[in-house]
Design a protein around this ligand. Sequence first.
Ligand code: SF4
Ligand code: SF4
Length: 434
Amino acid sequence: MSIRKGKNYPYGIHIPDMKYLCASSPIEVMPAPNKLFISLSQHIGAPAIPVVAPGDEVKKGQIIGKESGAISANIYSSVSGKVLSIEEIVNGVGQKQKYIVIENDFKNEEVLFPDMKDFEAQSIIDRIRLAGIVGLGGAGFPTAVKLSPKSPLEILVINGAECEPYLNCDNRLMLERTDDIFKGINYVAKALNVKRIIIGIEKNKPEALEAFSKYEGFEVVALKKQYPVGSEKHLIYCTTGRKVPVGKMPFDVGCCVQNIKTMIACYEAIELNKPLTEIVMTVSGLGINSPKNLKVAIGTPFEDIIKYCGGLKENTVKLVCGGPMMGKALANTVKFASKTDSGLIALSGEECSVAQPSNCINCARCANNCPMRLMPMYIESCALAGDFVGAEKYGAMNCIECGSCAYNCPAKRALVESIRFAKAKIKEAKQNGK
Ligand code: SF4
Ligand code: SF4
């Protein structure tokens, strides 16, 4: 299949991608640690309900948290061992979550699902739901729900953009597990009953573009290197030319977007009978001694991951969970690998500013750089004044939290944090019927 050029969109920013730190490092498997903290809220929707109790012996792949509603996901143990406790912990990104704490017995005893009886669309969706698979690109929306649209779709778009700086895990997976991704995509296409499949990959990953161009049944699209080309709406536009209107979703224009890692998880659940118990993440930044692309057991403490990567350098000023643009800054290292974690980035003073914000100078750089054509400075001032009706009028809910505005703000305003806060308040008001 030949590679075609994606459509350009006029807005977006150009940032140093810093991929060189570990773009050529093959994925390494980190041994599971002594103690794992597995969150019951690794997805959008209702937390899973624990189905084990302290003192229980568990095996790798055994269900420990059951989905608790239509939008929820099962949680499985990533090691064999003993449940020590079920406790609430406030993690380093400020989320209070319930965790099942498991002591690893290092016996690696594993349970698998039975073989699937058939590979019909509904059986595929049922297996994906059972395996606890959610959007592993960061959104965490349960995949089985996304595969059950109310009206038929036409195009499956695979997101191979990985436009966040530093992150390399999708790129490595596209090179090292091309066949498995291909199989996962075909199962998902069958579940959706779509005939057209497009994979969009940024031009800075020529080997991945080349790898997928060898397969039939796909359209391979080379995307211009421009942040945030991997956001759902921009990816759909650049690969299909379809525009997702404000307030609408990809399915409103006949598309479903899926992530690379999610495709591998689907393949493993369907063909290898494995639930989701491991993730691949990039540990990078000039603040970490040995940047790596790592496969880790879900529940692994970030402390252990940092140690495994040689520890932090003295010049580290900031830790980020996820990519540096859309990820969340960590107040401490109390964080445990979860399904949606793509990265752990240790930034040195050279790479990021820790300057205190100063007053907005009305330069409009944030608005000029917003790929959603919003006016972040106005949304921020509404949010800070507690005027959430005003924030909504300025389009807060259309913000994709890409961070382009804050990246370019000379006054170092914490624009995204303010917008996230406004969005949470708007959602809360709607839930309370206001
Ligand atoms: S307002 Fe939202 S969408 Fe616009 S640049 Fe800022 S974070 Fe991105
Ligand atoms: S970029 Fe910063 S200083 Fe300029 S208008 Fe936006 S918030 Fe104000």
